[in-house]
Design a protein around this ligand. Structure first.
Ligand code: NDP
Length: 450
């Protein structure tokens, strides 16, 4: 008789946990998984997927306006928030069902309850306990907010998908992924948006030209961006909220969205009891094979705070399963991860920023271009696209590629393959462009910037 109930028990059925459990089961492992919320995790239930649907919804606003320059007369348009929310909820329910089927078709046993470590081989699920040879922590992250008086009056990305009505005025706090994406969503839907960010330009960590371009472009769209500012307090005022900034400015608003980062969701997981090491950010410390300080316990995805993106969690979950159950030791690979920000306009980025490349390689060449996308020659919209290639001078390898502009995310995926393969500038140049596209610019940049 087997020593344990399962070969693998996974805590958390988000992107990383579901991928790891399905692939492990495919290798013949007996797998159980638990989830306290809804199967699918942050990305499917309250992140990437509903967000992207809302980005589409928001963009129609500009599409209707832009159509005029092409000869279209568009009748009076009106946006109905409850319709969007109901349709979005239906799609999320469908995907939740798809994820459950994926698990059951793979033979993974699902427990729709919270899991907590009792010891290195035992997980408590409500009033019962199960044992497993290996345990995988895939519990993800959770929104975090700075402490200021009235912070509880704000909502986070967990709640923003379920607002019953559209707020007329919105204050978004933060300058990262979620903040710029929701500032664009609300602005596109017609809300009046103020974005408050503590730094001098949005999207810290991205290439400086990306940051500057996006900050300028979203200001042009009418978002009021309060840079180098923090929120000192929030209070109820006249049936709405009054936000006071650190310079004493006040903003009256109907909604305060706190998009000030996410933290690993480790509370009450039993990590201390079992001796799983965490770092000062509360992230579970793992090695290249996602193994924690306890030999049979592993962790993937946002709870490890490596690169907090769904496709990265999928890769980590896959590598874990291959290593532990597929007899194919596979270290995680975090080099050249492309990422997109679904701001308006969107951002796509892979590889090193100019500053990072300069400190890593010293001598670099930068190719940069800023232009009005063809669509806007007739739409008349004042929106520019910025593209940038960063090349290591000695090897001529393209080590960074950055885009701000229409279709940035779609363009970036294919170029990321070339960059991951180590393509050189000469290989970019030898590639024939597709005309007329914006992407052709990336294979026709001939003169480095000074
Ligand atoms: P980010 O880390 O991207 O942004 C957090 C923002 O909050 C930053 O602007 C940060 O400022 C600011 N902030 C943090 N602490 C404070 C504070 N104490 N006071 C004031 N401001 C503060 O986190 P998000 O919550 O936007 O997103 C979480 C993660 O989820 C992202 O990092 C990304 O990995 C992932 N994600 C990916 C998406 C995608 O792929 N399109 C979409 C959404 C999320 P500063 O920059 O100065 O530190």
């Amino acid at each position: 008789m087997a020593q344990y109930d399962y070969d693998l028990f996974v805590i958390g059925a988000g992107s990383g946990g579901v991928r790891a459990s399905r692939i492990s089961a495919g290798y013949g492992a007996r797998v159980g998984i638990c989830e306290e919320s809804r199967v699918g995790g942050t990305c499917v239930i309250r992140g990437c997927v509903p967000k992207k649907l809302m980005v589409y919804a928001a963009h129609f606003h500009e599409d209707f306006e832009d159509a005029r320059g092409f000869g279209w007369t568009v009748g009076e348009s009106r946006f109905d928030w409850p319709t969007l929310i109901a349709n979005k909820d239906k799609e999320i329910d469908r995907l939740n069902g798809v994820y459950k089927s994926l698990l059951s078709n793979a033979g993974v046993e699902l427990f729709e309850t919270r899991g907590e470590l009792v010891d290195a081989h035992t997980v408590r699920l409500g009033d019962r306990e199960v044992t497993a040879d290996k345990i995988l922590l895939a519990v993800g992250g959770w929104p975090s907010a700075p402490a200021f008086p009235g912070v509880e009056l704000g909502i986070t990305s967990n709640e923003v998908f379920h607002l019953p009505t559209q707020p007329k005025r919105v204050v978004v706090y933060g300058g990262g992924y979620i903040a710029v994406e929701f500032a664009g969503i609300f602005q596109g839907m017609g809300s009046q948006v103020t974005q408050v960010y503590r730094g001098p330009s949005l999207l810290r960590g991205f290439d400086q030209d990306v940051r500057d371009t996006l900050t300028t472009e979203i200001q042009k769209k009418g978002i009021n961006v309060a840079l180098s500012r923090t929120i000192s307090r929030a209070e109820k005022h006249d049936g709405a909220l009054r936000i006071t900034l650190d310079d004493g400015t006040t903003i009256d608003t109907d909604l305060l969205l706190l998009a000030t980062g996410r933290a690993p969701k480790i509370s009450h997981l039993g990590l201390e009891r079992v001796g799983v090491e965490t770092n000062s950010d509360g992230a579970v410390v793992v090695d290249d094979y996602s193994q924690t300080s306890v030999e049979n316990i592993f962790a993937v995805g946002d709870v490890t705070n490596r690169v907090n993106l769904t496709p990265v969690a999928l890769m980590e979950g896959q590598a874990f399963a291959q290593t532990q159950f597929g007899d194919m030791p596979t270290p995680v690979d975090h080099k050249y991860i492309p990422s997109a920000v679904f701001s308006q306009p969107p951002v796509g980025s892979v590889g090193l920023t100019e500053d990072e490349a300069r400190s890593e390689y010293g001598d670099i060449e930068v190719y940069q271009s800023s232009f009005r996308p063809m669509k806007h020659t007739l739409s008349g919209r004042d929106e520019r696209t910025m593209m940038k290639l960063i090349v290591a001078a000695d090897s001529q390898q393209v080590v960074g590629l950055h885009i701000v502009g229409l279709d940035a995310a779609e363009m970036l995926q294919g170029f990321s393959v070339a960059i991951k393969m180590g393509a050189t500038k000469a290989q970019f140049d030898a590639t024939i462009g597709i005309h007329p596209t914006a992407a052709e610019e990336l294979v026709t940049m001939r003169t480095p910037r000074d």
